[in-house]
Design a protein around this ligand. Structure first.
Ligand code: AMP
Length: 599
């Protein structure tokens, strides 16, 4: 008897489980399945995604449902369309040998009449997002007055997303004597309230500790200065050549800006946030699943539905406000028994948050240093050596080999190897030779480039009268773009190909973040902090309007760049900027005439 059989599952499920290649039940499955098969009971299960919870409720549901009866017998509510589709797929896979059992997905953004038609044909299981479900109930397109089972999946997420009223309303349309199975990663007040008000003496199942992160995830933090955040992210990616990660930012604007910068610097990255159309989001997710994207930069809301196995790293580019969100983020890795790492890039002022997270998740963070240039070079070198060793040979190359042997004929084996790996190694070593180490010190004052004495910061920007700006129109443009007040921009000084302006130091990061991800007529806007304080004699700089556009990441003008989006990746083999093959992503946008905001 295999372990799934011991849990009491029937033949058709066992066959499907065998097809799926599941060998052993996961912890939540071991705990939930026998309980749910044996009794008609309510349960509250604390389990994250990736623990196998869909099967934990899916198997018993499929076994208990009467497939010969066409009425809707079970409703599964889930927070997002993405998750709704995933659950539907899983349930279909699990029930493939159960004749007559139909599962229908009901979610927004698709034809409601089509969904209603499918339900009319007979859907014993409906998997729905709360908003669309409520809509269908209101229009009389669905009948849940006879359901026996209601599953609330990712209950905390549904409540986070503001579905409380919909859930309450949906539950009140359903019979009171049904069984309710609630699954949630965490147990905030609102979830406890739903359990209290709508469930009857629920049994509780906990996988791992309550409110704890998954034990397959290790947690690390890297202390950096605020301006080095982006550079730190790049180094972490360079130090993990096979990274497959979700990078979390707090705002849509940061998400888009970080993704664009990564793409520009040669990484396989894309943004996922609410300003993208559904079609764009679907395209991004498809590329991510296919691993064409190695770094998916996402907001918390957009990432809610992400349910992709084998994510190696979750990177908190910025920490979220609350610990629950941190828990959700880190739960995107370490799934299905795999190990994962949750990384936090943090500044000194945020350090205390680490202690608070540690207390809640009952796991310690490891403090690590951003890898030095030489460490990255070593990692890349060995990665390359292994890639060469393991590469599959395409025999299309055979016809070129005689000529290539001729070119190499005077090299010994050792020389050949040395030269081959040097092609890549030189690229990294040359780049990193020029770059300082990034780890910030815990003690002492954080050094700020911005404030330079007076509290005002003077900026250089590579747009000027040649772009039809005078000082008044440039001031208006800067103010509007940055969302600042009337007097927040001062000492605007417009030259032909470039200009200068001042803001208070507190706005400096906004200025750098905003403008360094914008384009004007196909030209990249470049903003730099000037060492000059904006007195009457601006120091002459070696800028000329034309060369200051385009690829200016190297900061090659003798002035140290201090923006948070510093240099690119090591130069490409062909000498152009950016290292790895660049994927122009669908949401990286086109270059239009007007300055383009990146959010
Ligand atoms: P879930 O937590 O339901 O999102 O499941 C995460 C992933 O684990 C899904 O891809 C499932 O197909 C897979 N899975 C579920 N149960 C098992 C199991 N017992 N053994 C191996 N994989 C599983």
């Amino acid at each position: 008897m295999n372990k799934f059989e011991q849990l009491g599952l029937n033949e058709s499920l066992l066959r499907a489980i065998n097809d799926l290649g599941f060998e052993n039940p996961s912890e939540v499955q071991e705990k939930a399945i026998p309980l749910l098969l044996e009794k008609d009971t309510d349960i509250v299960a604390l389990a994250q995604t990736g623990t196998g919870k869909t099967a934990a409720f899916g198997f018993p549901l499929i076994q208990k449902i009467d497939a010969e009866n066409k009425n809707t017998q079970a409703l599964i509510l889930s927070p997002t369309r993405e998750l709704c589709l995933q659950i539907t797929n899983e349930i279909k896979l699990y029930s493939k040998y159960v004749k007559g059992l139909h599962t229908v997905a009901v979610y927004g953004g698709a034809s409601i009449t089509e969904q209603a038609k499918e339900i009319r044909r007979g859907a014993q299981i409906i998997v729905a997002t709360p908003g669309r479900m409520q809509d269908m109930i209101n229009r009389g397109l669905v009948n849940i007055t006879q359901i026996d089972y209601c599953v609330l999946d990712e209950a905390d997420e549904m409540l986070n997303m503001g579905f409380y009223d919909d859930i309450v309303s949906i539950l009140s349309t359903s019979p009171t004597d049904k069984s309710t199975w609630l699954f949630s990663a965490t147990m905030p007040q609102e979830v406890a309230r739903i359990a209290r008000e709508f469930m009857r003496k629920p049994l509780e199942i906990t996988v791992g500790h309550k409110n704890s992160g998954s034990s397959t995830v290790s947690h690390e933090f890297y202390l950096v200065n605020a301006r080095d955040r982006y550079e730190a992210l790049k180094r972490l990616a360079d130090a993990n050549p096979d990274i497959f990660s979700v990078v979390f930012c707090r705002t849509k604007r940061d998400t888009q800006a970080v993704a664009e910068k990564l793409i520009e610097n040669g990484y396989n990255a894309a943004a996922l946030h609410g300003d993208l159309s559904q079609a764009q989001r679907d395209a991004v997710m498809k590329s991510f699943r296919n691993r064409q994207i190695q770094m998916l930069v996402a907001t918390d809301v957009a990432a809610r539905g992400i349910d992709v196995d084998n994510v190696t790293h979750v990177i908190n580019y910025q920490l979220p406000d609350d610990i629950e969100t941190y828990n959700h983020r880190s739960g995107r890795t370490g799934r299905a028994g795999k190990l994962g790492t949750s990384i936090v890039i943090i500044t000194k002022s945020e350090l205390r948050k680490i202690n608070a997270i540690e207390r809640t998740i009952k796991q310690k963070f490891e403090e690590k240093s951003i890898p030095s240039g030489i460490e990255i070079c070593e990692i890349q070198l060995f990665h390359l050596a292994n890639r060469i060793k393991d590469v599959e040979i395409d025999h299309e190359i055979d016809s070129y080999l005689p000529a290539i042997y001729e070119v190499m004929k005077d090299l010994t084996k050792e020389e050949l190897i040395k030269k081959m790996v040097s092609v890549e190694f030189n690229r990294f070593i040359n780049y990193y030779k020029k770059n300082k180490d990034l780890s910030a010190q815990k003690g002492g004052e954080e050094r700020r480039d911005f404030s330079a004495g007076s509290g005002a910061v003077r900026f250089f920007i590579n747009i000027g009268s040649r772009d039809d700006f005078d000082w008044m129109s440039l001031k208006d443009f800067l103010r509007d773009t940055l969302g600042l007040g009337r007097d927040d921009i001062f000492k605007v000084d417009v030259k032909e190909g470039f200009s200068f302006f001042n803001t208070e130091a507190e706005h400096a990061e906004t200025v750098m973040d905003t403008f360094n991800s914008m384009h004007l007529e196909g030209r990249k806007i470049n903003v730099e902090i000037s060492k000059n304080d904006g007195g009457s004699n601006s120091r002459r700089r070696d800028h000329n309007g034309r060369s200051s556009g385009g690829n200016s990441n190297r900061g090659a003008r003798g002035e140290r760049r201090s923006d948070s989006f510093g240099g690119g990746r090591p130069p490409r083999r062909d000498g152009r900027d950016g290292g790895a093959p660049r994927r122009k992503d669908s949401n990286s946008g086109s270059r239009d005439r007007k300055p383009r905001r990146s959010n």
